[in-house]
Design a protein around this ligand. Structure first.
Ligand code: 5RP
Length: 223
């Protein structure tokens, strides 16, 4: 099976976690896109969705799924999203698609985080994937200096020859070469650096369930 077929398989499996007549939170990325396409097939069952990025909002709307502003929603039972890495404890690295801050906000309102990913995202120790950190543009050099003291190599993310800009008008530093032994502690430490908007470590609030696509089928992990 190709990586896309594995992503499609978990996207289909995630439909089981969509409660009828409720609002759900929807993540960003290629796996989330497959999920949105599956959601489109059952759109009458869904009351609406809160999107974690402009791209996700546009895709949801293209399927006729109502998109709500998070300020209109008090709670939701489930948030469904992909990950760049997930460990056996359900801690994740996210933000490869630059949507980490809105992803973390929407996830924080949801009762359950369902992570959908192809099996290659499961790792023993987080950090082989560069850790994304969203920063206020005027602080990017100062934040990069502080990040260097943590042992990794900070790299400003570039798109089309210019710094990549997030939906929030901020920049992304990717921290390369980290072996993250204590994800929740590192999450707090990086979030505490002035100028950091969010670090793409999801450990203080990790996944509750992971659906991982493998050649043997969809594997479910509960955390
Ligand atoms: C976007 C994310 C994505 O969930 C993550 O990058 C995984 O993406 P994909 O499903 O394309 O592998 O965090 O900010």
């Amino acid at each position: 099976m190709t990586q896309d077929e594995l992503k499609q398989a978990v996207a289909r499996a995630a439909i089981e976690y969509v409660p009828a007549g409720e609002i759900i939170g929807v993540g960003t990325g290629s796996t989330a896109n497959f999920f949105i396409d599956e959601l489109g097939k059952i759109r009458d069952r869904v009351k609406g969705a809160v999107a974690s990025s402009e791209a996700t909002a546009a895709r949801l709307k293209s399927h006729g799924i109502p998109v709500l502003d998070l300020n209109e929603v008090d709670s939701m039972s489930v948030y469904i999203d992909g990950a760049d890495e997930i460990n056996p404890q359900g801690d994740m690295i996210k933000g490869g698609g630059a949507a980490l801050t809105r992803e973390k906000i929407v996830a924080s309102v949801a009762g359950k985080f369902v992570c959908i990913a192809d099996g290659s995202k499961l790792v023993d120790v987080l950090g082989a994937f560069p850790l994304p950190i969203e920063v206020i543009p005027m602080a990017q050099a100062a934040v990069a200096r502080k990040l260097k003291t943590l042992g990794g190599e900070p790299r400003l993310r570039v798109k089309d020859g210019k710094p990549a800009i997030t939906d929030n008008g901020c920049m992304i530093i990717d921290l390369v070469g980290m072996k993250i032994a204590k994800p929740a502690e590192l999450e707090a430490q990086i979030n505490n650096i002035p100028g950091v908007v969010t670090v793409g470590l999801f450990a203080q609030r990790g996944a509750d369930i992971a659906l991982l696509g493998t050649a043997e089928g969809v594997k479910k992990l509960n955390f």
